[in-house]
Design a protein around this ligand. Structure first.
Ligand SMILES: [Zn+2]
Length: 351
């Protein structure tokens, strides 16, 4: 416990939670239960930063924060945990979120993971979690998380936001429909609008994140009886709020009925992904490699503006800005063309 903490938290450290412990069915027992629980938050953008904020303040025991990106000024209208200083320092979102949340609640064990959530990493990230929270910004990650959570029997809360509306549903493997049951096969890339074309309103993200967090808290408090058992659809601009009751069993599901985990088991090669609303491409070489950023920085000296910190190396070449992470990933800003991004990566980083 940090110095001075005792006077704020009482002898068992629970006094700060008094306003939520008096809620019906919560109590010291519920609070103590919460403090034993571990949650993985997938993505620390608009949804994930609000979710992590709610759960850290509520006093969950352990929070794993997974995100592949770094803080930019264009994140600040929506992503509540970050500051201009984080953007100026080029901090990874998971690291900046962990720093902020440790200031908010030192009782929570917070683990930042600067990582791409994919078929290779997702099972490690959710291992031992009592709950997984969806703060992702694309369907591929959500369907992958769905497969991983169904496979391991871990409850998770889906959430998505676009423009002024969003969706959320709590998914309990074996009890409720899974994401595939609810939404059908994964939409092909490019077939649905993204925040690149439709934008996203900060309060819409905050609303969906709050609804996700409530369902998550019910699961952590072992109050499954209180789950909405619905797909909730909200448009905060129009003021529409709809609950669509959901139940299992209408049609056979390849994921939760047949255990076919196609994304989790997919053969994979090097990946590129165009980042939503950013004019940037995420490059993830395969097989994975470890980059020595300091050595690389020396090699790139003289190519143009360059900066390096404990988490990333950033440099500018040919009108683009490349940000490299120690696990070999890169974010190439200044293009939405995956071929150009891979070419720049190959030219300046190798592989
Ligand atoms: Zn299903």
């Amino acid at each position: 416990m940090a110095a001075g903490e005792a006077q704020h938290s009482g002898t068992d450290g629970l006094e700060r939670y008094s306003r939520q412990m008096i809620l019906p069915g919560w109590g010291r027992e519920g609070q103590a239960r919460l403090s034993q629980k571990s949650v993985t938050v997938v993505g620390c953008g608009a949804l994930g930063s609000h979710i992590a904020n709610h759960l850290a303040r509520a006093g969950v025991g352990r929070l794993k924060l997974a995100d592949r990106d770094f803080v930019e000024y264009s994140n600040l209208p929506r992503q509540a945990l970050y500051s201009e200083a984080d953007a100026a320092a080029g901090l990874p979102k998971a690291v900046a979120a962990a720093q902020r949340l440790r200031q908010v609640n030192s009782q929570v064990l917070i683990e930042p993971h600067v990582v791409d959530v994919n078929a290779d990493t997702v099972e490690d990230l959710i291992a031992g979690a009592d709950l997984v929270m969806d703060g992702a910004d694309n369907f591929e990650v959500r369907y992958l998380v769905n497969e991983a959570c169904v496979k391991h029997g871990i409850p998770w809360v889906y959430g998505g936001v676009l423009g002024t509306y969003g969706l959320t549903a709590a998914i309990v493997p074996g009890e409720t429909p899974c994401l595939y049951c609810l939404l059908g096969p994964m939409p092909p890339p490019g077939s649905v609008p993204t925040c690149e074309t439709a934008g996203v309103l900060g309060p819409a993200a905050a609303t969906i994140a709050a609804l996700e967090s409530v369902e998550g808290l019910k699961l952590l408090l072992d109050r499954r009886d209180a789950l909405l058992k619905s797909l909730v659809v909200v448009d905060v601009w129009a003021g529409d709020f709809e609950r669509i009751q959901t139940q299992r069993g209408q049609t056979r599901c390849p994921v939760c009925d047949d255990g076919r985990y196609e994304l989790l088991n997919a053969e994979r090669g090097s990946l590129t992904a165009v980042l939503c609303g950013r004019n940037a491409v995420h490059v993830h070489p395969w097989p994975a490699q470890v980059l020595d950023l300091a050595t690389l920085a020396r090699r790139l000296e003289g190519t143009g503006p360059l900066s390096v910190n404990d988490y990333l190396l950033r440099f500018e070449v040919e009108g683009c800005q490349l940000t490299l992470f120690p696990d070999g990933r890169a974010i190439v800003k200044g293009t939405a063309d995956p071929v150009q991004a891979r070419a720049l990566y190959a030219r300046y980083v190798g592989v």
